[in-house]
Design a protein around this ligand. Structure first.
Ligand SMILES: O=C(O)CC1=CCC(=O)O1
Length: 262
């Protein structure tokens, strides 16, 4: 397992690559307010027989928070540059929430990099301008500490709020910089992939927690239906981050789908 900083597109991005170097490639892209630890439990299993890359988006985790480079196209370019850096192609790209927008953008822009796409708790268009503008104003004025309870309600099903790991995930969220968080909110606000995702032609699995308060099951199903032949699965008793809440179920859905694509 190797964690490192890779300089791409004028930003130092924190990433980790692990698993056998000749194994099929799986790449993970994160949601807003999270870093790549959200995949720990999934990757502990998957990296036994897959080459796995995960990374912290700009403005998140240990990655840089530069002045420029915050459009969705630039977030997509970051992932393309990281994959090029490691010589990865024809990957299964797993994108969670805004990471799912990045995955859809990557599949449209660089089809050589994406053979299979897994869309977790995401859509081709997430929210609307008013919602994101309100959130950007709030995080800039008050910070994530004040907003955290509301966000965690959407992230996790009620029973997970008493899980021993819950305070750790809360700390991950509130230590994201307000600036990095706000900049990614603006990128989500300005992104509508309905047309480009409807033109994609690749195997797609869409999964969502039944208690997801950010991208509820119907929203995720509608995006899955844009791509013909896609599969759609609901994970019970999970919110917006089923890879954290139900990693065994998430991994087994992912593994079954990967096996079906061999
Ligand atoms: O609503 C949230 O905070 C969750 C979320 C929306 C987009 C994303 O990436 O995470």
């Amino acid at each position: 397992m190797v964690s490192r900083i890779v300089e791409v597109n004028n930003a130092a991005l924190h990433c980790r690559i692990e698993g056998p170097s000749d194994a099929p490639v799986v790449v993970f892209s994160n949601s807003l307010g999270t870093d790549f630890r959200i995949w720990d439990a999934v990757v502990a299993d998957l990296a036994q027989d897959h080459r796995v890359l995960r990374y912290d988006k700009r403005g998140h985790g240990l990655s840089d928070d530069p002045e420029d480079g915050w459009t969705m196209g630039e977030l997509v370019a970051d992932l393309a540059a990281l994959m090029d850096h490691f010589g990865l192609s024809e990957a299964t790209v797993v994108g969670l929430s805004v990471g799912g927008l990045i995955a859809q953008g990557l599949a449209a822009e660089r089809p050589d990099l994406v053979r299979v796409m897994v869309l977790a708790d995401t859509a081709a268009r997430i929210g609307n301008d008013d919602m994101w503008n309100e959130r950007i104003a709030k995080v800039r004025a008050e910070g994530l500490g004040v907003m955290a309870d509301g966000i965690l309600e959407r992230w996790f099903a009620p029973e997970f709020h008493s899980h021993p790991d819950f305070p750790m995930w809360r700390n991950m969220l509130v230590r994201t910089t307000a600036q990095g968080y706000a900049r990614v909110c603006a990128a989500i606000r300005d992104t509508d992939l309905l047309e480009s995702t409807a033109r994609l032609n690749l195997p797609v699995l869409a999964v969502v927690g039944d208690k997801d308060g950010s991208t509820p099951p119907d929203m995720v199903r509608e995006t899955a239906e844009l791509v013909s032949g896609s599969s759609f699965q609901i994970i019970r008793n999970a919110g917006h981050l089923p890879c954290v809440e139900k990693p065994d179920v998430f991994t087994s859905l992912l593994r079954n789908f990967l096996k079906a694509q061999e």
